[in-house]
Design a protein. Structure first.
Length: 275
């Protein structure tokens, strides 16, 4: 491992080393997708969750004492499709959408008034991106993503000011992630509010429940902060990527493959009842 970010400790290879912190019923497992379960891909459509990771998630979801949910910047349906396991809850677009196990999609009521503004920024951003080889605009309905992973070095410095100006003119907010610029409605929703809402939906408020969250990007830090403030015993895991950075997570895993092995070990632990 290349070394944990400041303040974080290396994730023990054996989940049992965390003792009672993962022994509650239910155990609520909440996971980011891109960069956490699926290695980062050059384009969003190229991302794949490895078969070993899907198998680990399927084993976790099948346990009577465990509930699994997804927290993603992708649209909720797209995150669910990428993971490919039926019956999981998914919070998408950083919490602006929620997909229930029966396939019902709930979109935050505050999104609709900003549809025209998002469409305007989308169309004008496409004009800007057309001048930057390798960059692309992803329309996710409730949000927009401008990706520049395949663009020449320095693309972010050129794209960001123009996109931020477009968004500001329409009253929208901008955040930055791993080689991506996100444009969202100015609604008080992020992965922090999303992780708490989904945790409650899956039973994390029950006496004795355990909860963990794993994510890799700057937007996942909101979830880490919210969980550690709400439940100090929550297990928070930063999944290290190509660029090391500071994190508020307690533990760090050395990439999606290391997290996959750890989730498989978690799924193999003796069940404690539940459901």
């Amino acid at each position: 491992m290349s070394g944990a970010p400041s303040g974080a400790r290396a994730l023990p290879s054996d989940p049992a080393a965390l003792g009672g912190r993962l022994a509650g019923v239910p155990l609520v497992v909440l996971l980011d997708v891109d960069g956490t379960l699926a290695p980062i891909a050059p384009r969003p459509e190229d991302a794949r969750v490895p078969e070993a990771t899907v198998a680990a998630l399927r084993a976790l979801a099948a346990r009577r004492d465990t509930h699994v949910g997804l927290i993603s910047g992708r649209g909720a349906a797209d995150a669910s499709r990428l993971v490919g396991i039926e019956g999981l809850w998914a919070a998408g677009n950083h919490g602006l959408e929620t997909l229930s196990p029966d396939g019902a999609l709930r979109v935050h009521e505050g999104v609709r008034p900003w549809s025209a503004a998002l469409a305007s920024v989308r169309d004008r951003a496409r004009e800007i991106v057309a001048r930057t080889p390798g960059a692309l605009v992803e329309d996710k309905g409730a949000t927009l993503s401008i990706h520049y992973r395949l663009a020449p070095e320095g693309a972010a410095e050129r794209l960001a000011p123009e996109v931020e100006s477009l968004a500001a003119a329409e009253g929208l907010r901008v955040t930055h992630g791993r080689k991506v610029i996100e444009v969202r409605p100015p609604i008080a929703v992020d992965k922090g509010t999303a992780v708490l809402a989904l945790a409650r939906e899956l039973g994390a408020e029950a006496a004795g429940a355990s909860i963990l969250f794993a994510g890799d990007d700057a937007t996942d830090e909101d979830a880490m902060r919210a969980l550690r403030a709400w439940r100090p015993g929550a297990v928070t895991i930063h999944v290290e990527g190509e660029e090391r950075r500071e994190t508020v997570a307690e533990f760090v895993a050395d990439g999606p493959r290391a997290l996959s092995k750890w989730l498989a070990a978690l799924a193999a632990m003796p069940e404690r009842g539940g459901r």
